[in-house]
Write a protein that binds this ligand. Structure first.
Ligand code: G3H
Length: 556
């Protein structure tokens, strides 16, 4: 058992860590060149019905999580710009534009041949690439993601689009034929569903949003897009690309308070697909707001509380490395982050000592600094929450075991390793989504299994160990609790061609390059009884290129 630090030294450690955090923020007027602060961006237009419409109403100010030190030692948030604070009339305008573009399934976009839709997406992608620098800088400054990770997010998104196009071509070419079964001849393809409401998360504001937006568009749906609460301005550099690449009304932006405009859109009954990366509470409320539940498809990426199960024979060097990255990459603000570490009691002291030592070497700083892993966070309410759940665990007998853990200065928070976390503590079950690392010890692996079985969430799990028999005995029950069992490595979403989903309150539907195309479309067929008249009719339609659905074209 690790000796718990007495109150005095821990209090000193907290104070000195706080000083260190304060010194991490740049000094006003002396911003380093590497910071590449974007020029103030006041977005005064809204993409609606194919036009960038001027907006002269109220604006929502955007503050960066990056703050600057003033001469008097206080911190001041950097103002990045502002965007339209629209309301219900503009949401209705967006909805009307989407309805017109869909036109009961007869609009230009939903009836366009797939090859033409692919060309539009490729045009958009080429323009998106031209704005890489501006978009990456805005990701860095709006959500505090490291420059390296923001660049990776952009590049991963481009790869995702290319992979989606390739998969769609393969799918369409595979469907470009007739099938004959029991006297019926048919062609089976996938058709769009209608109006898709897309809402992405702040932690991957570009990538995760595009993993629903792009398949939704390319399959012929029209989209209402509400940017995340943090990460709105980064879409400004692509508004013109959206405008010129897609027909009017195919993509419409919605701003304004989500709790006002989004239920309103759902209540209209016109939304056919809710694509939301967020919480189960919000998803459930929005689904209930729709008047015809049976008409709504939901594609949801929700909460997770992925556990690491560290067995007695685990390679501790590897395990600590993976658990540290798994729990704390981008401040732990990943849905796939390891949010509970369950360690066999025989090695828990050794594990914790190594984990806390390795944690000391993590770099905390501004997002443009090379090698930085812990950065300023955009949501102050979440930082208050970390303090609340850590205090709750301490009140019930746990300790913060790393020096200065849980120290806070404005938007920076030094990770808190909390041990032993037990049932009844909020950290045991709640998704912390941040730099708090709860650790619990187990004697029998059945206890670890019971933890996963009893969780509200069922996204992924990581198992660390070397004995094939014991690992196999865990795999079989775990694959019926979560959707990915990671062996001796942290949880993660990628590679993006692999299925990404979850059970219980973690997800609805599956997202991957391949599955995304299916999530936003439905199998549809044209069928006829075999016979000479049918043969002639189908032959005429195909030969004379009379239908965009019924054809045998090959997309190169
Ligand atoms: O926030 C959830 C993301 O989908 C996680 O993606 O595992 O690649 O960081 P990642």
């Amino acid at each position: 058992m690790i000796p718990l630090p007495p109150a005095g030294p821990q209090a000193d450690a907290l104070a000195s860590r706080r000083q260190g955090l304060l010194a991490t923020f740049p000094v006003a007027g002396a911003m380093p060149a590497a910071a590449q602060r974007p020029a103030p961006l006041h977005q005064r237009s809204i993409l609606l019905d194919g036009q960038l419409q001027d907006w002269n109403g109220a604006m929502q100010e955007v503050l960066s999580p990056v703050q600057v030190r003033q001469a008097d030692g206080t911190l001041r948030a950097v103002v990045l710009g502002s965007y339209p604070l629209t309301g219900l009339p503009e949401a209705d305008q967006a909805l009307n534009a989407a309805c017109a573009a869909w036109d009961k399934g007869r609009g230009t976009w939903p009836t366009l041949p797939t090859a033409d839709r692919i060309r539009c997406v490729e045009t958009f992608t080429a323009r998106l690439l031209q704005r890489r620098d501006a978009i990456v800088r805005l990701i860095v400054w709006e959500i505090g993601k490291s420059l390296a990770d923001a660049g990776r997010e952009f590049d991963r998104t481009i790869e995702y689009i290319h992979a989606t196009v390739a998969d769609l071509k393969a799918m369409e070419n595979g469907n470009s034929r007739f099938e004959e079964v029991d006297g019926t001849i048919a062609q089976i393809r996938r058709s769009p569903l209608g109006i898709v409401l897309c809402m992405g998360p702040f932690n991957y504001p570009l990538n995760e949003t595009f993993t629903t937006l792009i398949p939704a568009l390319i399959m012929g749906n029209v989209v209402l897009f509400k940017p995340p609460r943090f990460g709105v301005l980064l879409y400004e550099p692509m508004l013109e690309a959206f405008r010129v690449s897609f027909p009017a009304g195919v993509l419409n932006l919605v701003y304004g308070p989500a709790h006002v405009v989004v239920p309103h859109l759902m209540a209209s009954g016109h939304v056919s697909v809710l694509a939301l990366i967020g919480t189960s509470k919000v998803a459930n409320a929005l689904k209930k707001a729709h008047p015809k539940a049976n008409r709504l498809r939901a594609v949801l990426g929700l909460e997770a509380k992925n556990a690491a199960i560290v067995l007695a024979d685990a390679d501790l060097e590897l395990t600590v490395r993976e658990c540290l990255a798994g729990a704390l990459t981008f401040n732990g603000q990943r849905c796939t982050a390891l949010k509970m570490l369950l360690v066999h009691r025989s090695i828990v002291d050794d594990f914790l000592q190594r984990f806390c030592a390795a944690l000391e070497s993590l770099k905390i700083g501004m997002p443009w600094e090379p090698g930085v892993m812990l950065t300023p966070m955009p949501d102050p309410v979440r930082i208050d929450y970390f303090e609340t759940v850590v205090a709750d665990a301490i009140a019930q007998g746990a300790q913060v075991i790393n020096p200065g853990g849980g120290s806070r200065c404005a938007t920076l928070y030094w990770p808190a390793v909390v041990y032993p976390v037990r049932p009844g503590m909020r950290l045991y079950r709640e998704e912390q989504f941040g730099p708090v690392v709860p650790v619990a010890a187990f004697d029998d692996v059945e206890e670890a299994l019971e933890y996963v079985i009893g969780a509200d969430f069922g996204q992924q799990v990581s198992v660390f160990g070397q004995d094939s028999r014991q690992i196999a005995d865990l795999i079989d029950p775990l694959v019926n609790q979560v959707c990915r069992v990671n062996l001796n490595c942290q949880c993660q979403r990628g590679p993006d061609v692999f299925p990404f989903t979850g059970r219980r309150d973690s997800a609805e539907g599956t997202l991957s390059v391949h599955d995304g195309l299916r999530a936003f479309s439905i199998r549809t067929m044209v069928a006829a009884k075999q016979g000479e008249a049918t043969r002639q009719l189908l032959d005429q339609i195909v030969r004379n290129n009379q239908s965009s659905f019924l054809n045998t074209h090959y997309i190169f």
